[in-house]
Design a protein around this ligand. Structure first.
Ligand SMILES: Cc1cc2nc3c(=O)[nH]c(=O)nc-3n(C[C@H](O)[C@H](O)[C@H](O)COP(=O)(O)OP(=O)(O)OC[C@H]3O[C@@H](n4cnc5c(N)ncnc54)[C@H](O)[C@@H]3O)c2cc1C
Length: 406
């Protein structure tokens, strides 16, 4: 009997990880990616214990993750020339491991994506670059996908891991406009400045009308991103022109304290991108096609959960495939419906709540006017001692399982 063939659309972050799980559980996945090759696009994100818990199920992967763990989480305010530390917490790898079993790791997206792609290829998974999925046609037992270059392929089922601008989502539920959150980020990568040498902290700087996050992604490199209110800016992860980059390097943000200004002054590959999410869907699948990761629940980045929630999706969809199709045989549409209904019933409300939470976090961080900023700073001081907030954070980082059912 031939293995059940699965088309995974998108070789971003979720696609390669899903394909590895499918392959090691007896399926025959193939990945189709729109871009011609793995790019250098994007900046960085933080892998959190809930995401790492899922990745730990792929033997040997965690040890190879390129990046750096922060030791402390610092929130500081710079208002009218006055600097103030609002919060300073221990988030060292030892402390995080003791509480959650896994640390936090700051990674450059491109480097991390390369690791995932190499790992997928080592598992014998084929990745077809330069294939943009455009059309999906379902029959009783299969789905035919057509790509922009005219090539077609058929599989038993399709998982759309094609991100914020997902064609799979459009094919299932029609076109809708992504919601611009009113906020944009500009960010870059910088060599570790003297003020931050040996200080491996995740630093949140709050100013009037702006917020900046920065953290190490290597011994000698930091990533940073500044959020401001803007009229609409595209989300295409393209590096700014040299002049625009210089303007940012020389701009008012380069005076910030706590090493933040030094990061801005020395920023490389500075990008500017709008922050978007999408309205909650009523369903994530139709027949033999299902959405996962940003294709299903794109989010603004303020909770740092985009990639981590995609990994939680993968854990649950694999757990449900195992439950309803333990032999990984050719599934009927009814069997797939059982898997996809349970998956969406569990994940849709949870991720919608996090998308809303991330939006609220962005709104709370970027406030204008000195009085409003003082109120914000005071709230930040308090919230890290709030029992309900601590419990919510602990629940988030403890997901998506205690003992794996895979
Ligand atoms: C270039 C890029 C840079 C990013 N940089 C950052 C960052 O610095 N920080 C951050 O927090 N988040 C970043 N993100 C978003 C982040 O990767 C996701 O939020 C998260 O990791 C969830 O991953 P995903 O696989 O669902 O989506 P993504 O990582 O966005 O991956 C989607 C993939 O699908 C591909 N694709 C899209 N349409 C099609 C199609 N029709 N056919 C085939 N393939 C298709 C895309 O090219 C992409 O490779 C970036 C996304 C991209 C695409």
């Amino acid at each position: 009997m031939t293995n059940t063939r699965v088309i995974v659309v998108g070789a971003g972050i979720a696609g390669p990880v899903l394909a590895i799980f499918l392959k090691t559980r007896g399926y025959d996945p193939i990945i189709y990616e729109r871009l011609p090759s793995p790019g250098e696009g994007g900046l960085s994100f933080i892998l959190q214990p809930n995401g790492l818990r899922v990745l730990s199920l792929i033997p040997g992967l965690l040890e190879q993750i390129p990046g750096h763990s922060p030791d402390r989480m610092i929130h500081c305010s710079s208002l009218e020339g006055k600097e103030d530390i609002l919060v300073d917490l221990d988030i060292s790898p030892d402390t995080m491991r003791e509480r959650f079993g896994f640390p936090l790791i700051g990674v450059r997206r491109a480097e991390f994506q390369r690791l995932l792609i190499n790992t997928a290829e080592k598992h014998g998974i084929e990745i077809k670059w330069g294939h943009q999925a455009t059309e999906f046609e379902q029959s009783e037992n299969a789905v035919q996908v057509t790509f922009a270059n005219g090539i077609k392929d058929i599989a038993s089922f399709v998982v759309g891991c094609d991100g914020l601008h997902s064609n799979t989502r459009i094919a299932l539920f029609g076109k809708e406009k992504a919601n611009f959150t009113g906020l944009a980020q500009c960010g870059g990568l910088s060599p570790t400045p003297p003020a931050l040498r040996g200080k491996f902290a995740m630093i949140n700087n709050y100013g009037n009308g702006r917020h900046m996050i920065s953290y190490p992604v290597a011994e000698d490199q930091w990533a940073w991103a500044i959020t401001t209110r803007e009229t609409e800016v595209k989300e295409d992860w393209k590096t700014q022109h040299v002049e625009q980059q210089n303007e940012i390097r020389r701009g008012p943000l380069s005076d910030w304290a706590f090493g933040a200004g030094d990061l801005v002054k020395t920023g490389q590959n500075i990008v500017k991108y709008g922050l978007y999410d999408r309205p909650e869907l009523k369903s994530w699948f139709k027949g033999r096609i299902v959405l996962l990761g940003d294709a299903a629940h794109p989010t603004s980045p303020h909770l740092g959960q985009g990639a981590n929630q995609a990994f939680e999706d993968i854990y649950h969809i694999m757990r449900l495939l195992k439950k309803y199709n333990p032999s990984a045989s050719q599934p009927s549409t009814e069997l797939l419906s059982q898997v996809f209904i349970d998956y969406q019933d569990l994940r849709l409300p949870r991720t919608s709540e996090l998308v809303r939470g991330a939006r609220q976090q962005g709104e709370a961080r970027v406030v204008e006017g000195i009085d409003a900023c003082r109120v914000r700073d005071e709230k930040i001081r308090i919230v890290f001692h709030d029992d309900a907030a601590k419990m919510a954070q602990s629940n988030l980082l403890s997901g998506p399982f205690k003992d794996s059912e895979l």
